[in-house]
Design a protein around this ligand. Structure first.
Ligand code: BGC
Length: 905
């Protein structure tokens, strides 16, 4: 054999050996972001998977999906429902099912295999499934049932409903589809169905009511009882700060449809109808703001079991309520996620018995108690103690947040409320019989079941606490809808708050389904003229609706979901809503392209205001902000139209945007590059939205920088804050961004941390240094200022999204060390797998670790590396790597494929 042939044979052998040992697998198959979802109504569900490989530079070259009615059918490949065939594509995120039209209540199993760019093919993934819910209105055979009761101004008891049925044959499978007007908990044979809370969730109830689907096969017997409790919730309870109640309706109702399939192939429907019975029970009153009053003596033992004597229960009435508003739940269910034990039991100076949970949390208390029948325990909830150390509830305003439990007196009783939640760190107890110990009162943390995706840590413990506060702020305020706060008589979906926080949110937790659901409500509540209400769901009747920076959530939140998850469908789904809002502003801005009409605007809400600084405070004119957002949203809309291939709209809005920009510059930017609103918010906004002409940029930057230096602290409110540090970093002033971050006095992010905060405050000075608390609107758990999290992840730790290849298909790594930190690290679970960006300084040495998941690529920017000897994985850079390097200023940028990299220089 000649040597060349020998060489190639050897190479081939090595390659084969490599390929044999190399690992290529498919992991974490999800459908619509969820593992094995049941009861979805998506027409073409999207499938995603992760590629697992032990090789570097791996990309998916092709995939094949197959779908069948059972895992056996999948394995045998006979009777396949659909197969994609081998598709040459790198797409592994949100691949659309493209098979036969889906039927209602159908479970389909799927699996996928992939080919990589090294000639390897994976084995088929473990079978996973999705299951459809009820897809058309006429398949709803159940009736809305309601209890006959007097309409009342006050809160009424929760309602109990029940019925019995039997299954005459062997049950093969059973699904129950259920919803309510009000909140429900469903029981079969005495057991709670599923572990979801606050069902059916909060939507724009007049237009959309979600139902849930549960697999209850294993809960059925021959003789069965089915029952539900229904409480006021958002539907009929108090909602809003105007003392309004029953915004959505004054009648609670229940809708249940249970489909039983027998082993012999026949099936039966059990539905809510006039044969059900209703009664009041132990829940005397249950309200989200005011809490729950529960009398255990009134418990009806066995009410959800067979054999219960329902003789005293009432007939139900059929409620004529539409069913075409029913939609499946595609979001993230609310669940009990964590249990917290108190860190201290306190007697306050006033003599109150208070338990400190050590964390401002959201949920309720699980109480264990022993006592006599009729003993009453009163539980109250507060976020803080006042400056004297007493229990403080003034900031809850009219929300009573009080649970009263009356004991039945039968040994240890365990009580958790059903239909209320509180935002609290402290629990005040009155009337607790005997001595309370820390194991008797625990905090049950509830929120939408978002998967934690991001962690940020660094060498400064105060900043780490800030990050913890941001994440807690998110847990506490992502309870089915993104709320402004979780404790007072508000807790509603303020659009501005979530707009500014959405990218931070998408780093911390997996939020795509959560926002997808909420955005549907936004579109549903949007007015025909495109106006977007301030709060979604709109429980305020569009009062003061359509404010700049708030209503723009209609564009910015879908854009966030697109960037963070590569989710193009959200852009398609929300397109008309986005366009509607821009058109609304266009109409109101008129021919001069300035949105300056006399109307209400929230402006840079809660910005720093100083009375005696000899400076007009940090007030940024609202028409400045409104026109800036008009431009920003129009530009976004143009981009979205391009992405969706809507050329006509793209051209239209690409044409409109420069006109707004020109008008803005003429009106708000002087010839010297000074802004008429001379504030940090104005500069951060104009610079980051690209509203400064190139030739004035340097001047504007200087004004901005001077202002930051002059104050030595931030002066921004809700809209300016998320832009402040990132704009400073983008203009090369990390030093100032860190100066703002590191400040420990008011106003700044670390001031609350030094005051012991465990969540983000609504105001920069919610609590004064002497412990006094501003009265009125003042929450200790508003996530808006937590929008700084985005800067921590992207700039400090160095992980950002490439908008051209969204969803971390191509990742940008660029740490900005500074501020006295000696390390910072982000780990992020992307749709492709774990991404890591972690740096550390050791004397003069900079060590930087990067992980790029399989089927993804990255560009790594090494700060201040130009001209230095750079080691990669302890070796000098290979020629191959060197060829891909480009220099920009003092930085080096390197393009890399998947793998783990350790740079040192
Ligand atoms: C809410 C804020 C909201 C604001 C409107 C407040 O009552 O709590 O979060 O954005 O009103 O500007």
């Amino acid at each position: 054999m000649n040597s060349i042939i020998k060489f190639f044979l050897l190479l081939l052998a090595c390659n084969l050996a490599n390929n044999v040992s190399a690992k290529l697998q498919v992991a974490n198959p999800v459908c619509e972001y969820r593992t094995n979802p049941v009861g979805i109504d998506v027409k073409s569900p999207r499938l995603s998977w992760k590629m697992v490989s032990d090789q570097q530079n791996v990309l998916q070259e092709a995939y094949e999906i197959r779908v069948a009615q059972s895992p056996t059918d999948l394995a045998s490949q006979k009777r396949l429902h659909w197969t994609s065939g081998k598709v040459n594509s790198a797409q592994s995120v949100n691949v659309e099912y493209d098979g036969p039209v889906l039927k209602s209540m159908e479970r389909l199993w799927w699996q996928v295999r992939i080919w990589d760019n090294k000639g390897k093919v994976s084995s088929w993934s473990e079978p996973a499934y999705w299951e459809t819910g009820i897809l058309s209105t006429d398949e709803w055979k159940a009736s809305w049932i309601t209890m006959k009761e007097e309409v009342s101004e006050k809160s009424l008891p929760a309602q109990y409903y029940r019925n019995e049925f039997n299954c005459s044959k062997k049950v093969e499978s059973a699904r129950v589809y259920v919803t309510s007007l009000g909140l429900y908990q469903l029981f079969i044979n005495g057991e709670k169905v599923g572990d979801q809370l606050f069902t059916p969730g909060y939507t724009s109830y007049k237009k959309r009511v979600q139902y849930q689907a549960y697999d209850v096969t294993s809960m059925l017997q021959k003789d069965n009882a089915i029952g539900a409790m229904v409480g006021d919730g958002w539907y009929r309870g108090y909602i809003g700060w105007d003392g309004d109640k029953a915004y959505y309706g004054d009648k609670l109702a229940l809708l249940v449809q249970l489909q039983v399939t027998y082993a012999d192939g026949t099936s039966e429907l059990i539905v809510s109808d006039k044969n059900w019975k209703a009664s009041y029970g132990a829940i005397l009153e249950s309200d989200i703001y005011n809490g729950e009053k529960y009398d255990a003596r009134k418990e009806m033992s066995g009410w959800a079991n067979t054999g219960f004597d329902a003789g005293s229960w009432d007939e139900v009435a059929i409620l004529n309520h539409p069913k075409d508003i029913l939609v499946a739940s595609n979001g993230l269910p609310v669940k009990a996620i964590e249990e917290i034990t108190p860190i201290e039991i306190i007697t306050t100076p006033k003599g109150e018995l208070v338990l400190d949970l050590g964390q401002n949390m959201v949920g309720y208390v699980r109480m264990k108690v022993n006592g006599k029948s009729g003993d009453k325990v009163k539980l109250q909830f507060a976020e803080v103690l006042d400056k004297d150390g007493n229990f403080y509830t003034t900031n809850l305003r009219t929300a009573d947040a009080t649970n009263i439990y009356t004991l039945k007196g039968e040994g240890e009783e365990v009580y958790e409320p059903y239909f209320t939640f509180h935002g609290f760190r402290y629990v005040k107890l009155e009337g607790y019989p005997g001595e309370v110990t820390k194991d008797k009162i625990t905090g049950i943390v509830i929120h939408s079941d978002m998967k934690p995706t991001g962690t940020f840590t660094c060498s400064d413990s105060l900043i780490n606490q800030l990050q913890s506060n941001i994440q807690w702020g998110q847990r506490d305020n992502f309870l089915d809808i993104p709320t402004d706060c979780p404790q007072r008589d508000e807790r509603v979906g303020w659009t501005g708050d979530t707009q500014v926080f959405s990218m931070t949110a998408a780093f911390n937790f997996g939020v795509a389904p959560f926002y997808t659901k909420w955005l549907r409500d936004l579109a549903a509540d949007q007015r025909p003229n495109g106006q977007v209400p301030n709060v979604i769901p709109d429980m305020w009747n569009n009062k003061l609706g359509g404010c700049a920076g708030w209503a723009d959530a209609a564009l910015i939140v879908p854009w966030t979901v697109y960037r963070a998850y590569g989710d193009k469908r959200i852009l398609e789904e929300q397109y008309e809503s986005m366009k509607g809002w821009v058109e609304y502003v266009k109409e109101h801005a008129g021919d001069d392209y300035l949105w300056n009409e006399k109307r209400h605007q929230w402006g840079d809400w809660l910005s720093f205001h100083s009375d005696n600084s000899g400076y007009p405070g940090a007030y940024t004119e609202t028409d400045f902000i409104a026109t800036a957002y008009y431009y920003y949203s129009t530009s976004l809309l143009a981009k979205v139209a391009r992405i969706l291939g809507n050329e006509a709209d793209a051209t239209k809005y690409e044409g409109l945007a420069p006109k707004i920009r020109e008008a803005f510059i003429k009106e708000f930017v002087t010839e010297n590059g000074r802004l008429v609103s001379h504030t940090q918010t104005a500069y951060a906004m104009a610079i980051s939205f690209d509203l400064i002409p190139e030739h004035l940029r340097e001047n504007a930057i200087n004004y901005f920088v001077d202002d930051v230096k002059k104050f030595g602290h931030l002066t921004t409110g809700f809209l300016g804050t998320p832009l402040l540090c990132s704009t400073l970093s983008a203009i090369g002033r990390d030093d100032l961004a860190f100066m703002l971050l590191n400040r420990k006095e008011f106003p700044g992010w670390l001031y609350p941390v030094t005051m012991g905060a465990t969540t983000i405050w609504e105001r920069w000075d919610t609590m004064k240094p002497d412990g006094s608390i501003i009265e009125g609107m003042n929450s200790f758990n508003h996530y808006s200022y937590g929008a700084i999290g985005e800067w921590l992840y992207t700039y400090v730790a160095g992980l950002s999204i490439d908008v051209e290849n969204p969803g971390y298909k191509h990742i940008l790594f660029h740490p900005h060390p500074g501020g006295g930190l000696t390390n910072a690290k982000v780990e992020f679970e992307s749709m492709y797998g774990v991404v890591k960006s972690a740096w550390e300084t050791q004397g003069d040495k900079f060590i930087y670790e990067v992980t790029i998941p399989a089927n993804s690529t990255g560009t790594v920017t090494l700060p201040n590396a130009a001209g230095k000897q750079v080691l990669l994985n302890s070796d000098i850079l290979s020629n191959e790597i060197k060829q891909g390097i480009s220099e920009s200023g003092s930085n080096l940028a390197i393009k890399l494929g998947s793998g783990n990299y350790l740079f040192e220089y």
